[in-house]
Design a protein around this ligand. Structure first.
Ligand code: ATP
Ligand code: MG
Length: 559
């Protein structure tokens, strides 16, 4: 879409932008930003925000900045900055040369604060944090003025300079905006702009011992960057009057803050604090554990950027909190993988089959289709021999009528191969099934006279001597409860952990997978979508993550 077109299908954010473009408020410019705080890895909620901010910029021919909101030195780390950049790039977005840090504006913010002081709009306060809370009042009761509120400008300027120079202990002084302690909106009751904090900052080092609050830093950073539409989540709606107050009092460029409902997903926790706890307590295998809702976890699990972007579009933007069914996310993943993943055969729980009438030294190469959805994906050859593995669950000794797989005396087709019949079940002395002895029907191979003979079941298989040993990791939701944040008093969200969220199997996979490269996507026929793990496994001995099962409840529900 080009700059001058008006996007037709307007959600409420686009309607605001369209209106601005109509009235010329920003001269037709659309400039958004994605403002992560580098205190954790990004999760799918952030992916929504990224797609929205970069997406709007793309759609309106505008720009989107990456801005690290690094005003809280105690929780921030360079590792997080690096992971955030990697994740945004992976999603397919580009901030070009616009990588900014709120900390780059510390000096400008300080100058702005001086202006507010000079204009009588800010003062240095000596109440403790606890006293400030007390004086603030409640929703039903107005607050009380700080005893320091009416200091002369010169005294405020001098004290503020001394705060910066490190003359006062941590927490002893703050700089506060002078607004209205009786305001109905608590955010307008003389909010704190600076606190004294001796903490090392990952970019500014020990240069500063006063740090701006979020409310003070955020809007001014937006303004400095010429942002037009500052999109954030709903909890900041009550902060908008303050956002507006600061830029108006400063008389600087005034972006429009727009709030939308944050993304919540069933069976998922999204709070960074909780995700950090899962990592620190080693409940998961790091931030990129494939069960985590982090972008790096979803990537390792085999989710694709296309699927996440599609999901983000379908979710849309809302003005009211809601929770999205995780089945919709999985549906988007299946749609994308169905189009692109190569079909292969892998047996997750192997049971040996011996074809007693098949020559011992014969190996046939059977032609297999890589992706029926994509003719360009072509064919590959799969070896077939006298000894095979099938899935243990595809055999029943005493099956119910509707079981159309293998059973004594019954026939099935082996995918791309022959029809076989189970003649004998070999057991150990305890009655455990060791292997099946079957016969094959030589006339039933593709191209042979009986190729089209119909049997009810078709099984996937691998040739035993050619099969590659692989570890397969089967994932389920990390939490067993639809809303894991819903806990009783005194309980922790960890009570809802799903004990079966990871099951590891020793599988036999077709030889073409021996050297599959990390992050390649496959459909294991009849079993689901899998990807090569990027952390474990080595050439010749791969580890696979189950990305998603084949069953699509979402597609069915929404027929
Ligand atoms: P914190 O509590 O640490 O501030 P946060 O999830 O808000 O957590 P940020 O790094 O501040 O983390 O978020 C960056 C951007 O992503 C913000 O604009 C925020 O509104 C947006 N965002 C965060 N979580 C979600 C979510 N679940 N859905 C949509 N947007 C989100
Ligand atoms: Mg935040």
């Amino acid at each position: 879409m080009t700059t001058n077109e008006t996007p037709s299908q307007g959600n409420f954010i686009k309607q605001i932008i369209n209106e601005h473009n109509r009235t010329g408020r920003y001269a037709g410019r659309v400039h958004t930003r994605f403002p992560p705080e580098p205190n954790g890895y990004l999760h799918i909620g952030h992916a929504k925000s990224i797609c929205l901010n970069f997406g709007l910029a793309e759609e309106y021919g505008g720009k989107c900045n990456l801005r690290f909101d690094d005003t809280n030195p105690t929780k921030e780390e360079v590792e997080y900055v690096d992971s955030i950049k990697e994740d945004i790039r992976w999603l397919g977005f580009d901030w070009e040369d616009r990588e900014f840090y709120a900390s780059d504006y510390f000096e400008t913010l300080y100058e702005y604060a001086l202006k507010l002081i000079r204009d009588g709009n800010a003062f240095v306060c000596e109440l403790t944090a606890e006293q400030i809370r007390e004086y603030r009042g409640t929703l039903t009761e107005s607050g009380r003025n700080s005893p320091w509120r009416d200091r002369p400008v010169e005294e405020n300027l001098a004290l503020f300079a001394r705060m910066r120079d490190g003359e006062f202990p941590d927490g002893s002084h703050t700089l506060r905006a002078k607004i209205d302690m009786a305001a109905a909106n608590l955010n307008m009751r003389d909010p704190v702009m600076y606190r004294i904090l001796r903490a090392h900052h990952h970019r500014t080092g020990d240069r500063w011992c006063i740090y701006p609050t979020y409310d003070w830093a955020h809007g001014q950073s937006d303004s400095i960057e010429g942002i037009t539409h500052s999109i954030c989540t709903l909890e900041f709606e009550d902060h908008r009057p303050l956002y507006d107050w600061f830029v108006e009092k400063l008389g600087i460029h005034h972006p429009r803050q727009i709030e939308f409902a944050r993304l919540n997903i069933t069976y998922t926790v999204m709070s960074k604090r909780k995700l950090l706890k899962l990592v620190q307590d080693r409940i998961v295998d790091g931030w990129d554990d494939p069960r985590m809702p982090t972008i790096s976890g979803l990537r390792r699990r085999g989710y694709t950027p296309e699927a996440l972007r599609d999901f983000s579009d379908r979710v849309g933007v809302a003005k009211k909190e809601s929770t999205i069914d995780v089945a919709l996310l999985e549906h988007c993943v299946r749609l994308d993988l169905n189009a692109h993943a190569s079909r292969v055969m892998a047996v997750l729980d192997p049971l040996k089959v011996v074809l007693t009438n098949y020559p011992e030294d014969r190996v046939e190469e059977l032609e297999a289709i890589n992706n029926p959805e994509d003719p360009a994906a072509g064919m590959r050859m799969v070896p077939f021999s006298r000894e095979l593995f099938i899935e243990r669950e595809d055999f029943m000794e005493d099956p119910p009528k509707k079981f159309f797989r293998l059973a004594p005396g019954r026939e099935v087709r082996l995918r791309y191969g022959y029809i076989i019949k189970c003649e004998d079940v070999v057991k150990d002395k305890d009655g455990n099934i060791l292997e099946l002895h079957c016969s094959y029907d030589p006339g039933t191979k593709s191209g042979m006279p009986e190729a089209n003979r119909k049997v009810k079941g078709t099984l996937h298989w691998v040739s035993a001597p050619h099969a590659v040993d692989a570890e397969v990791r089967l994932y389920e939701q990390l939490f067993a409860k639809e809303n894991p944040d819903d806990v009783e008093a005194g309980q922790d969200f960890l009570v809802h952990l799903n004990p079966d969220s990871l099951r590891i199997t020793r599988a036999k996979v077709e030889p073409s997978l021996a050297h599959a490269s990390p992050a390649t996507h496959y459909q294991f026929e009849r079993k689901g979508y899998f990807t090569v793990d990027s952390k474990y496994g080595r050439p010749g001995s791969p580890v696979f993550n189950r990305t998603v099962t084949l069953r699509d409840t979402w597609a069915k529900i929404n027929k």
